[in-house]
Design a protein around this ligand. Structure first.
Ligand SMILES: [Zn+2]
Length: 231
């Protein structure tokens, strides 16, 4: 059935508002999708609204060929990022693609996230997508993004934005928030002077000490509790 899952739509709209509050808003750009379980389609926030404006009524159901199956509004043209990731990685259920300010600066300068914070340690090994900085509008370019993500939770896209993925909406959303926070610290640190990174051993250790699944879920609940009321 081509129907929108109302619970996933509520969850997705909450993710969009959390991301907007965490610096991922970029006019009406940026999109979050969540796979419809057992189907070749995904829920996606509609075009023409900012992330902070998304309500459950602004969630579409879009198939992996870009056909809108349900919901009112236009889809985002970069749907192939999401579709190709879902096709390639069956365990991924949520994809975030945004254009966050500080992450774009890091992608255009250092090119990688440094392990100068707990958050930075989490993303110190993520890839930088350099094939194009144009919009990802074809299955071929979407597949390039998906291929580049292999084995990673996030990717910087040079002169464009970021992608984060997760098994759940909570996971992919929290990763996106943490990634932009790591990038903001890195850009700020560059103005303060030389930085010293944690060792690879310590960076890996923090993943188990700080970013274990129950804590990621707790971070999501914290973000949801502290979200300002919708305008
Ligand atoms: Zn984009």
């Amino acid at each position: 059935m081509d129907t929108i899952d109302s619970q996933l739509a509520r969850h997705l709209s909450l993710a969009c508002r959390i991301l907007a509050d965490a610096g991922h808003d970029n006019f009406t750009m940026g999109h979050v999708t969540v796979r419809k379980p057992g189907a070749d389609c995904m829920h996606m926030n509609a075009h023409d609204l900012g992330l902070g404006e998304i309500e459950p009524a602004n969630v579409l159901l879009v198939d992996f060929n870009g056909k809108v199956l349900a919901g009112a509004g236009r889809k985002h043209s970069e749907y192939p990022i999401h579709a190709e990731i879902y096709k390639l990685y069956p365990h991924i259920n949520c994809v975030v693609h945004t254009h966050p300010f500080y992450s774009i600066i890091v992608g255009a300068t250092d090119g990688h996230i440094k392990a100068i914070s707990h958050e930075g340690s989490l993303f110190a090994e993520i890839p930088l997508f350099k094939k194009t900085s144009l919009l990802i509008r074809s299955p071929e370019s979407g597949r390039s993004v998906a291929d580049g993500l292999k084995g990673h939770r996030a990717m910087l896209m040079q002169n464009h934005g970021i992608v984060t993925v997760g098994e759940s909406i909570e996971e992919a959303t929290v990763y996106a928030v943490l990634l932009e926070r790591a990038a903001k610290m890195q850009v700020s640190a560059a103005m303060a002077g030389a930085v010293e990174e944690s060792s690879a051993h310590e960076a890996a250790g923090k993943q188990g000490q700080v970013f274990y699944p129950a804590n990621i879920k707790g971070f999501w609940e914290f973000l949801a509790r502290n979200l300002p009321p919708a305008i």
